[in-house]
Design a protein around this ligand. Structure first.
Ligand SMILES: C[S@@+](CC[C@H](N)C(=O)[O-])C[C@H]1O[C@@H](n2cnc3c(N)ncnc32)[C@H](O)[C@@H]1O
Length: 269
């Protein structure tokens, strides 16, 4: 283990692993999403993971993990999860990983291979996404899956997030989203970098040359829109009208509200 990494190992929940798995119970992350395209896409991601991951115990690497998992509970309950995060508060907040490692996913080389790597709402915060993706390719078992959830830099929210200062993100989380603790240690939003490989097309081209095949990709309306329509209807109406006008003048079938994406990649066997 590199010297800079502190390792905290938690006992595996053996009693839980041996209990029957209630198939239809979803994680809080999914239940907390407002109805809409984001929730629908996450449900599709869950059904693909349920169908494509091998039966039995699973080795999962979560690169950048907070307090809530985005994985289906049926997968989580038969998994040994290793989480790596650079923020000690986030490591403390994480309650579902069996192994919690304080470290940098740009340099961390796991000592084993994984059935699934998940990196959710993280790559936009990373200066060297190139290094992270190369490490992920190395760390997957043959036929292993990589799930990435990230903002779409070519969307309205992506452009605003990329070019606005961090204090504005904190203000938005506090006053529009109503997250009172936003910006406090261990609490979102985290500073963003938006490396060029956060763009889905570029990311796919990069990993295609390293033996990963796309099995699911979906750009979808950011959950911030339905959230805003409920919490701040006037602001939402103005932004919706602006988005509609942009969609009308932009070439092709672009929807600037498609602020986020999911992609699932499979390592060729
Ligand atoms: C927006 S949070 C997402 C957390 C979690 N995946 C989720 O969706 O709730 C971004 C996370 O990436 C972590 N992070 C940022 N840069 C990192 C790095 N270089 N190595 C490891 N973790 C990093 C942050 O500490 C934070 O926990």
């Amino acid at each position: 283990m590199p010297k800079s990494l502190a390792l905290a190992t938690r006992p595996a929940p053996i009693a839980e692993l041996s209990m029957p798995i209630p198939a239809e119970i979803h994680p809080d992350s999914l239940l907390a999403l407002p109805p809409g395209e984001a929730k629908q896409s996450l449900l599709t991601v869950h059904s693909i993971l349920d169908a494509r991951l091998p039966a039995g115990p699973l080795a999962i690497y979560e690169a950048g993990g907070g307090s809530t998992s985005y994985l289906p509970l049926g997968v989580l309950r038969r998994a040994h999860v290793t989480v790596v995060d650079i923020d000690p508060d986030q490591i403390r907040n994480n309650s579902y990983a069996q192994e919690a490692i304080l470290g940098d996913i740009q340099t961390y080389r796991p000592p084993q291979r994984f059935d699934l790597i998940i990196c959710y709402n993280v790559i936009e915060h990373i200066p060297d996404v190139d290094a992270v993706l190369r490490r992920f390719c190395e760390a997957l078992k043959p036929n292993g899956l990589l799930l990435i959830g990230a903002p779409n830099p070519k969307s309205l929210s992506g452009i605003v997030t990329k070019y606005s200062p961090h204090w504005f993100h904190v203000w938005f989380y506090r006053h529009v989203r109503g997250e009172k603790n936003a910006g406090l240690p261990g609490e979102a939003p985290f500073p963003t970098h938006f490396h060029p490989l956060v763009s889905l097309d570029k990311l796919e081209a990069f990993v295609a040359g390293r033996g990963l095949q796309v099995i699911y990709r979906k750009k979808y309306e950011s959950p911030r829109y339905p959230e805003m329509r409920r919490r701040k209807p006037l602001l939402a109406a103005i932004i919706d009208a602006a988005a509609k006008a942009m969609n009308a003048v932009l070439p092709g079938k672009i929807d600037v509200r498609h602020g986020d994406y999911h992609v699932i990649l499979r390592k060729l066997g």
